[in-house]
Design a protein around this ligand. Structure first.
Ligand code: ZN
Length: 271
């Protein structure tokens, strides 16, 4: 993934893809920018969140546009009510509930990640600075889509995602490919109250900059990278987009950059 190297879908929605995941035909993955939807300022344009104050009909239209651009029936898109926890929804091929998924218009359940081996189910993570992390096991053909903001980082939801793939689907961590989507970069991640908010074992990820008089910036990309490798994911299989959402509000929604804003969509699924 490289800044500015977007592609356009049939409906003029702009998106990025991860290079490491693009080598496989079994996974569908897109990081949609904010461009191309119907929402107006400050949610312009492709806001997919129902909980940021945007008009419901516009959000639903945006979700429909994304579903249509994937060329799948819209009822297979799954939006979560993301709560900064570490719970996952798991959809298995042998599980009957997988065939009755319907969540385009609502966020079906409180959770911050989905793991599935069911073809045609497309988990969507909604973010504006938080990380969406896609994990893919090309051997067992299992995908995870994870929401990891700083609170999720603190409780290691990414590690939990690897554990679920390993325990429920027989994934070997060394087979996993990972993509960390555009999100809060070390350039913009100042935590003034880090001593209260971030546990001491993560303080080593502070970036010492002389220019900062209060607080410290943290490298959450590096933390996620390490959380993955600690679980056995190979460093060479991890792609960090390296695109900071705060620095790129023309392309992405950013909570830190804009405060009142929308959420962009990161989609992954087995095809
Ligand atoms: Zn930045």
């Amino acid at each position: 993934m490289e800044t500015g190297k977007t592609e356009k879908s049939a409906l003029d929605l702009e998106y990025y893809t991860f290079d490491n995941l693009s080598r496989y035909n079994g996974i569908y993955q897109r990081v949609f920018t904010r461009r191309g939807g119907v929402s107006s300022h400050p949610f312009n344009e492709l806001n997919v969140s129902l909980s940021t104050g945007d008009k419901r009909e516009n959000v639903l239209k945006n979700r429909e546009l994304i579903a249509a651009s994937l060329n799948v029936t819209s009822h297979k898109m799954i939006y979560l009510n993301q709560v900064h926890g570490k719970d996952f929804l798991v959809y298995r091929k042998d599980d009957k509930k997988s065939s009755s998924v319907d969540s385009l218009s609502s966020n079906i359940v409180d959770a911050d990640g989905i793991v599935t081996d069911v073809k045609g189910i497309f988990p969507v993570i909604q973010v504006a600075d938080c990380q969406a992390v896609i994990l893919y096991d090309p051997v067992k053909n299992v995908v995870a889509n994870i929401h990891s903001g700083w609170r999720g980082t603190v409780i290691d939801i990414i590690g939990n995602g690897v554990d679920i793939m390993t325990q429920s689907f027989g994934t070997k961590p060394s087979d996993i490919l990972a993509g960390i989507a555009p999100s809060l970069g070390p350039c913009c991640s100042e935590f003034k109250n880090y001593k209260d908010e971030i546990p001491e074992n993560l303080w080593k990820y502070r970036i010492d900059t002389d220019s900062l008089e209060t607080g410290y910036n943290f490298d959450f990309w590096k933390i996620s990278f390490d959380q993955l490798t600690e679980k056995g994911v190979k460093p060479e299989n991890i792609e960090i987009s390296g695109i900071c959402t705060v620095c790129n509000t023309g392309e992405f929604f950013s909570y830190r950059g804009e405060n009142r804003t929308g959420r962009f969509a990161v989609v992954a699924g087995i095809v």
